[in-house]
Design a protein. Structure first.
Length: 318
């Protein structure tokens, strides 16, 4: 009688790795459910795979957890909370194998997106100045479905929005940036004694990323400076007692091309020797402030004449 031996090798396995939610994208501080299913082509074998699955953060080399396989269905699961410092974790799940089955592994990428609002460099700003608002979505790539827009707002008031198509992919981050004129009433940024707390908000718009909000940055809006000019007629350096002099004053915005109309204010003419000559003379709203004054009553002596604008109490400073 002859004997023949044949080796019986371990059956191979495959590890399926899924997440809930899927794709594996979660808010900072939230958890994600990781699920493993170990399968084998040895469907007729009397014993199913047993052993453990080890979850490892291969980005840092940290072992997250080791979980026993449910031998009835070949599954193992773990609820994972990414660390606060992460933006993208590569998680590898490795099945240990057992006496009958070989080990196997699979990998999933867990993304924790964040939205950051750049500090507003020029604050306080005069009303009518331009301000650039920039928010950065991290991480980002063309293979992530992230069609969302970004709102810039304070409280519940939206200042302006930037569409996904107007943003730019820069070094793996999506940058949303816009420049606004604080004098435009559409942006609702009026002169205020308290800083506006500006935030950026990412709107999901049906994409994979959740709605996100940035921390706030302060923006102070103050009155716009003005400059007042004074002219004298006749234009000469000295006068004789009793001569008539004509004074004319005009006030201009401190910002060239300012889009803000002037409100009601006044202009006064003062003399260092004789005191107040005229005013306050009311100026018309929605026009450049101006005023004039004529006199033949300047006393003998040296005179320093000035014209002063009161401000309009809203947008323009004295």
């Amino acid at each position: 009688m002859g004997l023949t031996s044949w080796p019986v090798n371990k059956a191979t396995t495959a590890t399926a790795f899924t997440s809930t939610p899927s794709p594996a994208i979660v808010n900072l501080g939230s958890s994600i459910f990781l699920s493993i299913t170990v399968s084998t082509p040895a469907s007729g074998a009397p014993l199913k795979p047993s052993g453990t699955v080890t979850f490892v953060d291969t980005t840092t080399g940290t072992t997250i957890s080791t979980v026993a396989i449910n031998q009835n269905n070949g599954t193992a699961s773990y609820t994972y909370t990414p660390p606060a410092i992460t933006t993208r974790d590569t998680i590898t799940a490795t099945y240990s194998g057992d006496g009958n089955y070989t080990g196997s592994s699979n990998t999933i990428i867990v993304t924790v997106p964040s939205l950051t609002l750049d500090p507003i460099s020029a604050t306080p700003v005069q009303r009518g100045s331009t301000v650039t608002l920039t928010a950065t979505l991290d991480p980002a790539s063309n293979d992530i479905n992230q069609p969302g827009s970004v709102d810039f707002l304070y409280g519940s008031t939206v200042i302006t929005s930037v569409a996904r198509g107007a943003s730019n992919l820069v070094n793996g981050k999506q940058v949303y940036s816009t420049t606004i004129n604080t004098g435009d009433n559409a942006f609702s940024l009026f002169v205020s004694g308290n800083p506006y707390q500006i935030q950026a908000r990412y709107n999901r718009n049906g994409g994979n990323y959740p709605t996100l909000s940035s921390t706030s940055q302060p923006l102070s809006i103050i009155q716009q400076n003005t400059s007042t000019t004074l002219s004298i007629n006749p234009n000469q350096t000295s006068f004789t007692y009793g001569d008539r002099i004509d004074l004319a004053a005009g006030t201009n915005p401190g910002i060239t091309g300012s889009i803000i109309p002037f409100g009601t204010g006044s202009i006064s003419f003062n003399d260092s020797t004789d005191g107040l000559l005229s005013g306050p003379n009311a100026t018309k709203a929605n026009s450049v402030p101006s005023s004039s004054f004529s006199s033949t009553r300047l006393s003998v002596g040296n005179h320093s004449l000035t014209a002063s604008y009161s401000g309009d109490g809203v947008n323009y400073a004295p």
